[in-house]
Design a protein around this ligand. Structure first.
Ligand SMILES: [Zn+2]
Ligand SMILES: [Zn+2]
Length: 233
């Protein structure tokens, strides 16, 4: 799509009433109707104190039983239908306006969380430049910016992906950890003694987030927190 038609498309999306991407009914809201919004599967406590996944007894979940470099994390939605549809549109179908819906909800979680709200820097989980080029944007960067605008926490791109990694979707937990090990580098060394809040769209096993946190800690970060739009139950 050319730049002109992309801008045209963005304007149409913004100005005209559209169909809800979940139920297909016309809505004055941007992309998702009020009824579908009301029934989104919001994460409910008790939560894993490391990643924020719903658990039975507010201890760590199975994925965080191994020591994690994440100190504390939260998530807005459970990654079950229809969240997966929303994320798919956001990531692969250029529905970038969804950043406002996700980012504002994440910001309000952050502002009410005693640890997350104290973060010094918000930073997105980086996408490899090749994937970014192909997709046209990094969905995590879009979220980080909305989170920053709505919390007042400064956004900085302190991480860079130095290695192209296979999609994690089909991989087991152990393979995921191996797949992302050493995949990131610190781009701007502003992390020493800082509390860093990592932002991403989806957290599954936490392997990627954990690897980012590991190198941030190695570079002297005082604490690493995470906040995601959706988490697998
Ligand atoms: Zn709807
Ligand atoms: Zn967990």
């Amino acid at each position: 799509m050319s730049v002109v038609s992309r801008i045209g498309r963005a304007l149409i999306d913004f100005v005209l009433p559209q169909d809800c991407i979940l139920c297909g009914k016309e809505t004055p809201h941007v992309l998702v109707c009020g009824n579908c919004l009301e029934y989104l599967p919001v994460v409910q406590p008790p939560l894993c104190r490391v990643c924020g996944r719903p658990t039975d007894d507010s201890r760590t979940c199975a994925y965080c039983a191994d020591p994690s470099s994440i100190d504390h994390g939260r998530a807005w939605l459970c990654f079950v239908p229809p969240t997966n549809t929303l994320i798919h549109h956001f990531k692969y179908r250029k529905k970038t306006h969804l950043r406002t819906l996700f980012g504002r909800a994440m910001a309000s979680i952050i502002q009410t969380d005693p640890l997350l709200k104290e973060a010094d820097i918000v930073t997105p989980v980086p996408l490899h430049w090749f994937k970014r080029l192909r997709r046209g944007y990094n969905q995590s960067s879009l979220l980080a910016r909305v989170v920053a605008d709505n919390t007042g926490i400064t956004v900085r791109n302190v991480l860079k992906r130095k290695r192209y990694t296979k999609s994690q979707t089909q991989l087991t937990d152990t393979i995921r950890r191996e797949n992302v090990f050493g995949a990131f580098t610190i781009e701007e060394n502003e992390v020493k003694n800082k509390r860093i809040l990592l932002v991403d769209d989806v957290l599954t096993t936490g392997a990627t987030m954990n690897e980012c946190a590991r190198i941030l800690k190695q570079a002297g970060a005082a604490a690493v927190y995470s906040c995601v739009a959706a988490i697998t139950p």
